[in-house]
Design a protein around this ligand. Structure first.
Ligand code: AMP
Length: 216
C-alpha cells in the first residue's frame, strides 16, 4: 500500500491535477468532497449529516470523514495506492489516517502542497464549473467545455457548486487557513512535504508531482 496526499486551499487545483495523475499512474483518487457530494445527492445518513456543514463551507466532523475513508479503504485490495484529495483537513484527520494506514503496515509517503496565490484561488473558484454526472472540473475561461454547459467527457450538464458562490468562498479560504495549515507543519516535520508551484497550467503542476513521485 502507498498513500499520497494533495494538500492546498480550495481552488488550488487538487481535483484537476488528481484527474491528470489518475490517468498516468495507478493511484486511486479518493476525494472526500466528491464522496460527500454523492452522499448528499443520495440522501444517505452521511449525506444528511454533512449537508449543512457543506452549505456553509464549514468542515464536516472528523468522525464522519474518517468513517467514510475507512469504509472506502476496506473495500480496496491491500496493495492499493491512494491519492487523497481534500483529506486530511485537520490534525485529527491526519492522526486518524496515520492510524488507518498503520493497520496495513503503511504510512503517508508524500504530501504535495499546491502553492497558489490568493487572487488566483478566488478567480478559479468563482469560475469553476463541475459536471453533475461524472464530477469533471472546468473553468469558464481557463478550462472551458467545448459546448457551453455540457461536459466534454460524458455529456452531462455542468453547474456551479453552491459553495463556490463568493460569500462561501471567502469563508472556505478562511477555514482552510485556520484548520488546515497546521497540517503543513505536521507533515513538514515528518519530512514528507513537497511544495509544488501550482499557479500555472495543470499539466505543469502534474509534471512536477510526477517527477517527485518517481523518486518516492
Ligand atoms: P471540497 O470538494 O474538497 O472542496 O469539499 C467540499 C466541502 O466538503 C468542504 O467545504 C467541507 O464542508 C466538506 N469536506 C470535504 N472534505 C472534508 C474533510 N476532509 N474534512 C471535513 N470536511 C470536508
Amino acid at each position: 500500500m502507498k498513500a499520497i496526499i494533495l494538500l492546498g486551499a480550495p481552488g488550488a487545483g487538487k481535483g484537476t491535477v488528481a484527474a491528470l495523475l489518475k490517468a498516468s499512474t495507478d493511484y486511486l483518487h479518493v476525494s472526500t468532497g466528491d464522496m460527500l457530494r454523492e452522499a448528499v445527492k443520495a440522501r444517505s445518513p452521511v449525506g444528511l449529516q454533512a449537508k449543512s456543514y457543506m452549505e456553509k463551507g464549514e468542515l464536516v466532523p472528523d468522525a464522519v470523514i474518517l468513517g467514510i475513508v475507512r469504509e472506502r479503504m476496506e473495500r480496496e485490495p491491500k496493495t492499493a495506492k491512494y491519492m487523497f484529495d481534500g483529506f486530511p483537513r485537520t490534525l485529527e484527520q491526519a492522526a486518524g489516517l496515520g492510524a488507518l494506514l498503520a493497520q496495513f503496515g503503511a504510512k503517508v509517503d508524500g504530501v504535495f502542497l499546491l502553492d497558489v496565490p490568493r487572487d488566483v484561488l478566488v478567480d478559479r473558484l468563482s469560475g469553476r464549473r463541475v459536471c453533475r454526472q461524472c464530477g469533471a472540473v472546468y473553468h469558464v475561461r481557463n478550462i472551458p467545455t467545448k459546448v457551453e454547459g455540457v461536459c466534454d467527457l460524458c455529456g452531462g450538464a455542468t453547474y456551479q457548486r453552491p459553495d463556490d458562490s463568493e460569500a462561501t468562498v471567502v469563508n472556505r479560504l478562511e477555514v482552510y487557513r485556520r484548520q488546515t495549515e497546521g497540517l503543513i507543519a505536521w507533515y513538514r516535520e515528518r519530512g514528507v512535504l513537497f511544495e509544488i508551484e501550482a499557479a500555472g497550467a495543470k499539466e505543469d503542476t502534474s509534471d512536477r508531482i510526477l517527477r517527485v513521485l518517481a523518486g518516492l
